[in-house]
Design a protein around this ligand. Structure first.
Ligand SMILES: C[S@@+](CC[C@H](N)C(=O)[O-])C[C@H]1O[C@@H](n2cnc3c(N)ncnc32)[C@H](O)[C@@H]1O
Length: 597
């Protein structure tokens, strides 16, 4: 759904009840509209005003009139108002925050909204923060008094935000009011009137340098956005918490798989590095801060799985004649692997190139990751695997800690993309992006779409990009393969997209019309020295620059429908609709270029 459609639907509803029905059914698709645009995008062409127009249309609709006439907004409407609040905060449309407050019922959320308006909508930075102190504290104290423990923490974060901004913002215009702010917040009488003040870390307010305060402020802001988002989800859990997943479905149809085990030389290298097999369900959600022992567990458990996924997928891609012909003419092949870790996806790629047999080398590898220990382990593995190959490997590790929020991520990746230029034959991102959504779900919205956009910018015209990720249920809000599907479709639908989906086949045909609740999944068998008959599951998309994508997909077979999900083998995708079918349709992943289906 896009903003214009939302506005039309909201204004079409004739009553609060009708609006509630619409929201309960659609909030899940409405959420990304409010979280997946960067600050820069919101400013471009005054896009942020479209959100203001949308809100005003809603406020003036039958639903808005009913609320102003005294009817209590439903939980779904309050959840929508929280989305508007977060968006207006990000877009710095502070007057609209007050308009949101006007539609909220009396109580904690309304008070918080009013407090936010008061300390955000500053007209004179040298005085407003101090003169509005009592007014803001009254709102925050009232909200704090009437809130659950969880929301109380949010009230305390709002207090921190107010205090930190009161020191920082005036300093941007050459005004130092820190002493006055400190006095206000530590005044004994004020502390008696507003007990919430005791929750403020006064020392940080007095002693932290501007850099420290800025960092503390961005952490607090991030917590506020996530906590407001969770508050919205808890109001309408059936609409905004994850439902659908494949976790309980054990049935699956095997898809033909050429490679099922690691080569001995790789297993030997893993054992030299003391790899340990030990599946760790929870820890696997985050790997960016893994220490060397955790990375050894990764090497023995998850690394082999990624190698098998990646080698099979790249071998299938290299068996597509258009890609094979084009890659066989390259005198060097460059790959950038984002969230590369110990390098399993890269190893799968070079093993696939080796089996393919037409690589003239050298293969130049740029591996990006936050985790220095993992990048170092990758160096050791590449050095050892390189000895078994007929082409040279060149390795350039890049230590990049990508920020976990959309704006920070896009800005960091944009600098890399601008610096590198369109020089890569392959860009891959394997099991990395889910970590952003596990850390900050609301603020991560849009990261997949932007990864595809930026990866496309650094691809050569005859290159391709693979984004693969887990199909485990790691965050509470949306099953990650659905997120991957939704954002990849959004990417393909963008007017300025320079690449599009080529695999899975149904997604390449229907990404413009596909239903977002759909997801794809593929399973692989994995065997190596530490585990026999292990299984791994992923969802993935492959994209190519538009002209190359047209050449590739024109060469595909033309079946009526293709299967897309190993967990539901009786379903196939018909023109963008997944339906049950008893007929046997081919897999949507391989397009039959390999021997099996
Ligand atoms: C599950 S591992 C996947 C590693 C490898 N791609 C694979 O499939 O085996 C996720 C990787 O993403 C990296 N990562 C996660 N968040 C990151 C961030 N914010 N910046 C850079 N790297 C990050 C982690 O350090 C980790 O190496």
């Amino acid at each position: 759904m896009i903003l214009q459609e939302l506005t039309t639907e909201l204004t079409r509803c004739q009553s609060l009840g009708e609006c509630d029905d619409f929201l309960l059914f659609n909030l899940n698709e409405i959420r990304p509209i409010f979280y997946s645009e960067t600050f820069h995008e919101l400013q471009q062409n005054s896009r942020h005003f479209e959100y203001e127009d949308s809100f005003n249309a809603f406020a003036n609709s039958s639903t808005g009139a009913a609320i102003r006439g005294g009817q209590k907004p439903t939980d779904s409407v309050v959840a929508l108002l929280i989305f508007f609040l977060s968006l207006f905060e990000k877009a710095q449309l502070y007057n609209s925050i007050l308009a949101v407050a006007d539609l909220l019922p009396d109580g904690s959320l309304r008070c918080r909204c009013q407090a936010i308006f008061k300390y955000k909508h500053i007209t004179d930075a040298s005085s407003d923060y101090i003169t509005r102190f009592d007014c803001i504290l009254q709102f925050l104290q009232e909200a704090w008094n009437s809130s659950s423990d969880v929301v109380r923490l949010q009230c305390e974060d709002l207090l921190h935000e107010y205090a930190f901004e009161a020191v920082l913002k005036p300093s941007y215009v050459g005004c130092d009011i820190r002493q006055d702010v400190f006095q206000c917040f530590t005044d004994e009488q004020a502390q008696q009137r507003y007990p919430i003040l005791k929750k403020l870390p006064h020392q940080s307010l007095r002693d932290l340098g501007f850099d420290g305060l800025s960092l503390a402020l961005s952490e607090v802001r991030s917590r506020i956005i996530e906590s407001l988002h969770i508050e919205a989800c808890e109001l309408v859990p059936t609409a905004l918490f994850a439902g659908l997943s494949d976790e309980v479905i054990e049935d699956s149809v095997p898809i033909f798989q050429v490679i099922t085990s690691l080569p001995d030389f790789l297993s030997t290298q893993l054992s030299v590095m003391n790899a340990v097999y030990s599946p760790q369900r929870q820890k696997a959600r985050f790997n960016f801060d893994s220490d060397t022992d955790q990375n050894r567990i990764y090497l023995g458990t998850y690394f082999p799985r990624t190698v098998i996924e990646s080698q099979n997928i790249y071998q299938e891609l290299l068996s597509i004649p258009v890609i094979s012909d084009s890659f066989s003419k390259k005198t060097a092949i460059r790959i950038m692997d984002i969230g590369s870790g110990t390098g399993a996806a890269v190893i799968g790629f070079v093993l696939a190139l080796s089996k393919w047999g037409k690589c003239q080398g050298p293969v130049k590898i740029t591996s990006i990751d936050y985790n220095i220990d993992a990048l170092d382990k990758q160096r050791q593995i590449l050095a050892s695997v390189g000895k078994e190959l007929s082409f040279e490997l060149q390795y350039q590790p890049l230590h990049v800690p990508f920020p976990f929020d959309l704006d920070g991520f896009v800005s960091a990746f944009t600098s890399i993309a601008e610096r590198e230029g369109s020089v890569y034959d392959v860009v891959s991102c394997w099991k990395c992006l889910c970590e952003f959504y596990n850390v900050n779900f609301a603020q991560a919205q849009g990261i997949i779409k932007n990864t595809l956009r930026l990866a496309s910018q650094i691809l050569k015209s005859n290159g391709f990009c693979v984004v693969a990720d887990v199909t485990t249920k790691d965050n509470a809000f949306e099953y990650f393969p659905i997120t991957l599907n939704r954002e990849s479709n959004d990417h393909d639908r963008s007017l300025n997209a320079i690449s599009r989906t080529i695999l899975p086949v149904p997604c390449s045909r229907n990404s413009l019309t596909c239903h977002t609740h759909c997801f794809t999944q593929r399973r692989f068998k994995v065997s190596h020295q530490l585990a026999q008959n292990d299984e791994t599951k992923i969802a993935y998309r492959v994209l190519a620059p538009l002209a190359f994508a047209d050449l590739i997909t024109a060469s595909f077979t033309d079946h009526k429908a293709y299967r897309v999900n190993a967990a539901t083998p009786t379903e196939a995708c018909f023109d963008g609709h997944k339906s049950k079918s008893t007929a046997s349709y081919p897999s949507g992943f391989t397009n039959l270029f390999e021997q099996g289906v």
